[in-house]
Design a protein around this ligand. Structure first.
Ligand code: 5GP
Ligand code: ZN
Length: 113
């Protein structure tokens, strides 16, 4: 883990954000630049660079379960929502601490750009 990593600092509480929910190993909070009426991120507490380096399948499951639970509490479950994990350069990843985006509250187009 790097002290300089933005999401490590959020996960540890060093950088204060309003958490939407948390589990033993993951936290959910709103994206600072929302791309939909509801847009939040789920990250592991422990630093993992990206999905490519994520070897803990239980942790990945915990993150997805938390994503779905928060989507429900945010009210976007009935009409649906999108979960996205950008990985690496071509995936458009800009923060290299694994995160699941959850977007909802409007119809989302497909395919993505
Ligand atoms: P990526 O492009 O790596 O898939 O997504 C990174 C996301 O993190 C972006 O949607 C960006 O808006 C969000 N983000 C970057 N810095 C911060 C921050 O300081 N706080 C929060 N809440 N979100 C951030
Ligand atoms: Zn980190």
């Amino acid at each position: 883990m790097s002290d300089a990593c933005l999401f490590c600092r959020i996960a540890s509480g060093e950088l204060k954000v309003n958490l939407l929910a948390e589990t033993a190993n993951a936290v959910a909070f709103r994206d600072i630049q929302p791309q939909a009426p509801v847009h939040f991120l789920v990250i592991p507490r422990q630093h993992v660079d990206s999905l490519a380096e994520a070897g803990d399948s239980a942790l990945l499951g915990e993150m997805l379960r938390l994503a779905a639970d928060v989507a429900r509490s945010e009210g976007i479950e009935p009409r649906g929502y999108r979960t996205v994990i950008n990985t690496g350069e071509h995936g458009g990843q800009s923060v290299f601490h694994l995160h699941v985006h959850v977007l909802g509250g409007r119809a989302l187009s497909w395919p993505p750009g």
